[in-house]
Design a protein around this ligand. Structure first.
Ligand code: BGN
Length: 258
């Protein structure tokens, strides 16, 4: 966009940068799925959120421009699921929406953070947010785990050529991303295990997302494949973009395994 990056008008006094830690955090949140949460209630309780789930603090100048909007990337059709390619699409489409975004948080749709001190911003190193998930007993399943929720600045993301497009079905794509980060001289940063806690919304086993038998060999070859397979080679066809009050829903055709 061509809009200036400030949210002040000429008559107002200049805004101060926002505090490093936002005021009003409460810490541990009670997350349970016993009663349904309606979208109307989410809207009512977040009156400052604008169309597409966009938000800018009213009284300070944000230090970062996290894709301050929420994008849900929905794979069209019934072919094999491809998580990492959908995340690449999210990066591209968010940037088309606002070229000033400089930080991207990539989240599975079924993960709910349980502590608001787990700040969704970007860090000196690529960030892994989902360190303690209920299904893993709130522990990191292994040292190189990078699944669930992660966050990279625009430059960190471009340095690793984005995420792999060639992992069809379940597993390995997050390990490939971890390899990309290490192979490019970066380290993963994480919140304290007491803070990076998540509950997964219970759901049936997904169809069209069988474990990918190629994942074991593919993660051995990241060094070779990352140069050609990534944001540089991403191809897809937009099917629909639908703006909702709290998010933008993007349906996309991403092809099928060769
Ligand atoms: C790992 C998967 C990850 C998955 C975690 C947690 C692979 C690659 C071959 C070892 N990796 O084993 O993708 O996020 O489990 O479930 O399967």
């Amino acid at each position: 966009s061509t809009k200036p990056s400030t949210n002040q008008s000429a008559t107002e006094k200049p805004l101060q940068p926002c505090q490093e830690t936002p005021p009003g955090l409460v810490g541990r949140l009670l997350i349970e799925f016993s009663s349904p949460m309606s979208m109307e209630r989410v809207q009512r309780e977040n009156p400052d959120v604008r169309q597409g789930g966009k938000y800018t603090p009213p009284d300070c100048l944000p230090r970062q421009k996290v894709a301050y909007g929420i994008y849900i990337i929905n794979q069209f059709g019934e072919d094999t699921f491809n998580r990492a390619k959908l995340l690449n699409v999210g990066f591209m489409e968010a940037l088309k929406d606002d070229e000033e975004y400089d930080c991207f948080i990539f989240s599975d749709v079924d993960l709910i953070p349980m502590d608001d001190r787990n700040l969704y911003r970007c860090y000196e190193q690529p960030r892994h947010f989902a360190v303690g998930m209920d299904k893993f007993g709130f522990r990191l399943p292994y040292a190189g785990y990078f699944g669930g929720v992660s966050g990279l600045s625009k430059s960190q993301f471009l340095k690793i050529n984005g995420f792999p497009n060639e992992y069809w079905g379940w597993g390995g794509e997050d390990d490939d991303i971890f390899n990309r980060i290490s192979l490019n001289g970066m380290k993963v940063s994480r919140p304290d295990i007491r803070i990076g806690r998540y509950r997964m919304i219970k759901h049936e086993r997904d169809k069209h997302n069988e474990p990918n038998p190629q994942r074991f060999t593919k993660i051995q070859n990241t060094k070779m494949t990352m140069k050609r397979d990534g944001i540089s080679s991403l191809q897809y066809r937009l099917v629909e973009i639908s703006r909702q009050p709290m998010y933008t829903n993007i349906t996309v055709e991403i092809g099928r395994p060769p």
